[in-house]
Design a binder for this molecule. Structure first.
Ligand SMILES: [Fe+2]
Length: 192
């Protein structure tokens, strides 16, 4: 798999999970309960898979290569890195709200939903901009050797930061949650 194909596949997974988060928000807003365990799994995915794994592959491996090859100006890359930093702020707000919920009693559900929806829309926009402005141009300019070097670096980073086998576990989590929270459908149809 080429470096760009790998990053695109991760964004597909991330968008699947953003769809799940969006449906979780709709359900909570309409007064239905969403399990704390499922919210925790969602938060773990956002913290580890999106922030620690995907964004670091971009910042530490992919972006520097794009600049070194002269495919994009450093200022363009800086803007994407700045957005990654903003996402960290969304994540700490979401985590703080879920921690409140875990304590029992009242929790700021309304604020959680608002922040989550904002995060979903910003991250979706960000992913589309990266695909259009970076992945498309890099995909057609990276040689086989360069792709090999990038994917080796991705693998190292993933092993060190996320752990062996975790990528697959997140993939399974996404498909399980997507079945439990289908687009426009009733929740829990496949549970028994
Ligand atoms: Fe990004």
């Amino acid at each position: 798999m080429s470096a760009v194909v790998e990053l695109r596949a991760e964004y597909d997974l991330i968008r699947t999970m953003m769809g799940v988060l969006s449906r979780m928000c709709d359900l909570m807003e309409s007064g239905e309960a969403v399990d704390t365990e499922q919210l925790d799994q969602m938060l773990d995915f956002i913290v580890v898979f999106v922030d620690k794994c995907h964004h670091r592959k971009e910042e530490e491996v992919f972006f520097p290569r794009v600049v070194a090859m002269g495919l994009r100006e450093p200022a363009v890359i800086d803007a994407f890195v700045y957005q990654h930093d903003l996402f960290k702020e969304y994540i700490s707000e979401l985590r703080a709200d879920v921690r409140e919920r875990e304590k029992g009693g009242d929790w700021p559900q309304h604020r959680f939903i608002e922040v989550a929806r904002d995060y979903i829309s910003q991250l979706t926009e960000h992913s589309e901009a990266e695909e259009d402005e970076l992945f498309a141009v890099a995909g057609s300019n990276l040689s086989e050797d360069e792709n090999g070097r990038l994917t080796d670096e991705f693998e190292r980073l993933e092993r060190e930061e996320v752990g062996e086998g975790e990528h697959e576990r997140y993939r399974e989590l996404a498909s399980r949650l997507a079945e439990m929270f289908p687009p426009g459908g009733a929740r829990g149809m496949k549970e028994s």
